[in-house]
Design a binder for this molecule. Structure first.
Ligand code: HEM
Length: 342
């Protein structure tokens, strides 16, 4: 009879011990098991997914990555234009390159073939904007690469503001087309001469509103301006989805940022004859090439689902702005000539 009593004491002592240590809680041990099982299955799933993606991507290469130091040295120490530096890198390394900026890999697409594949096959997969975009714009790390000095992000915003504040195309609109006027007057005076002739021929009265539909030369000049001097040298960054993708035979990691190098592809010698020359008449021979994202050799407003929603408005604005500017310049010149001839 002694022994069972002893056992009872021992069992009671053990129970109270367990209770103080917290071992005697069947619900807690169930949830612990659940957490462990969950973590294990998540880990197995992640490994299987990774192996599957690796197998799927076998045979694909990574795009070349030119030395970041060389790139930054030329921009910050030699003070070269980032657009031109990148254009030279493209000539050396090909149309798809990776540029590492701080901790961020950027994929830069610089040929018509690359951009065509991007828009036709991967538009939706790369349709997101990076979450870091607002921060990057404020700190100017991405915006300084995206836009040449002539047309900064603020230039773009300024343009949008100009458009919304000036309902009529009056003289206040000049800042928005300053890049176009600067290029025309400083670099292409012969084109200005021909433009003024066209303006004179189409207007019955000096005070008439310029009729753009009757000015085919103005229309091709504007196309050529957007080709050779695009206000945005790069698209805004696009970000790929959570999966691996392949682009032109290259492997693209999830959430990679992609920039379209508008400046380079609009000077791509494989599609443009005398690509570096300012020659508006090339569009007289090919009037079907427009700037509305249908022709991948001319995409100053981007294309696909992220194309600039202000495309038509901006083209119209630049055409009218240039016509009005030279109309007034001509008028002033005429009045001045009259004054000195008196
Ligand atoms: C010369 C004038 C302009 C040029 C060269 C230009 C160019 C561009 C480019 C290259 C993009 C990026 C496309 C991409 O990432 O694939 C863009 C986006 C955008 N543009 Fe413009 N743009 C101009 C005028 C305007 C105007 C007038 C407006 C508004 C009325 C506007 C509103 C926008 C907006 C909202 C986006 C972002 C679209 C999105 O993320 O889905 N732009 N623009």
């Amino acid at each position: 009879m002694e022994v069972p009593q002893l056992n009872l004491h021992w069992a009671e002592a053990q129970r109270s011990n367990n209770a103080t240590l917290g071992h005697d809680r069947p619900t807690a041990s169930k949830s612990e098991h659940f957490v462990v099982e969950f973590l294990l299955s998540a880990a197995v799933f992640a490994v299987v997914n990774l192996v599957f993606q690796r197998l799927h991507m076998q045979g694909f290469r990574q795009p070349p990555r030119p030395s970041a130091w060389k790139f930054l040295f030329q921009i910050y120490v030699l003070r070269r234009n980032p657009t031109v530096v990148l254009h030279n890198l493209v000539k050396q390394h090909g149309p798809v390159i990776r540029v590492r900026l701080w901790s961020q890999d950027l994929l830069v697409l610089s040929s018509v073939a690359a951009v065509e594949e991007f828009y036709k096959l991967h538009d939706a997969e790369f349709g997101a904007r990076p979450t870091s975009m607002n921060r990057a714009t404020l700190t100017n790390s991405v915006s300084s690469l995206c836009f040449p000095p002539l047309a900064t992000y603020w230039h773009h915003l300024r343009f949008v503001l100009d458009m919304t504040t000036s309902t009529a195309f009056d003289n206040n609109s000049t800042p928005g087309i300053a890049w176009a006027l600067e290029a025309l007057i400083r670099q292409h005076p012969a084109v200005v001469e021909r433009l003024c002739d066209e303006l004179e021929q189409t207007q019955a009265d000096d005070d008439d509103e310029p009729d753009i539909a009757k000015m085919p030369y103005l229309q091709v000049v504007v196309k050529e301006l957007f080709r050779l001097h695009p206000p945005c040298a790069f698209s805004f960054p696009h970000e790929s989805s959570e999966e691996y993708h392949h682009l032109l035979g290259f492997e693209v990691a999830p959430r990679t940022q992609v920039l379209i190098n508008i400046y380079a592809l609009q000077r791509d010698p494989s599609v443009w004859a005398n690509a570096e020359d300012f020659d508006p008449t090339r569009f007289i021979a090919h009037p079907e090439v427009d700037m509305e994202g249908h022709h991948f050799q001319l995409v100053p407003f981007g294309g696909g689902i992220r194309q600039c929603p202000g495309t038509k408005l901006a083209i119209r604005y630049v055409q009218s702005g240039i016509a009005q500017y030279f109309q007034h310049a001509r008028l002033l010149e005429w009045k001045f000539m009259q004054q000195i001839s008196r």
